[in-house]
Design a protein. Structure first.
Length: 180
């Protein structure tokens, strides 16, 4: 029993520094707080008297959000076609008001002129937009394709210590109850 108390105390001493890494580099003065920025996917937008369209690149596909200009309601069940240069593709509705076009030249860096044809129940329209994809976005999305750990290194270490403690505890209990 004394050994078990010493083991738990030692594990607590080992786990404490892992959970309390110093992060340093703070001024703690009246320095202005920087505005947080979030990197977002390349986007384009277009609108006419009938429709509003937001286009977002997601890897090798485009996600199109189509709304009615007058009521801002999603346009459901529309036929949407996207044309860029020689490529023409039909978008499939993934959720109400959101359409996806897979593959195409928009996965490459550069400026892409897009022409979008929309045919809803009683309305048809032609929208045009320019999608600008910087080269660093393509490199970043390729780098993100690798595998990453789901948690930080310290979480893995704490988990390993807890598993080790459980195994030692089980071994000690088994050793004590085994007939000698």
């Amino acid at each position: 029993m004394k050994f078990l108390r010493i083991l738990y105390f030692a594990m607590a001493l080992v786990a404490m520094p892992i959970a309390s890494f110093a992060h340093g580099g703070e001024d703690h003065g009246d320095a202005p707080v920087p505005v947080p920025t979030v990197a977002s996917a390349p986007r384009a937008e277009a609108q006419t008297g009938d429709f509003e369209l937001v286009i977002e690149q997601q890897g090798p596909s485009l996600l199109l959000f189509l709304d009615s200009f007058a009521s801002n309601e999603p346009v459901i069940g529309a036929q949407v076609e996207v044309q860029s240069g020689d490529l023409q593709a039909t978008a499939a509705e993934v959720v109400p008001g959101a359409y996806r076009v897979t593959g195409g030249v928009w996965a490459l860096p550069g400026t892409h002129a897009l022409t979008i044809s929309v045919q809803a129940a009683d309305t048809a329209d032609l929208l045009s937009a320019t999608l600008d994809i910087p080269a660093d976005v393509v490199a970043t999305s390729a780098a993100k394709a690798g595998t990453t750990l789901p948690a930080g290194r310290s979480s893995w270490i704490v988990g390993a210590v807890l598993v080790f403690a459980f195994l030692v505890f089980a071994w000690l209990r088994r050793r004590r109850t085994a007939p000698s």
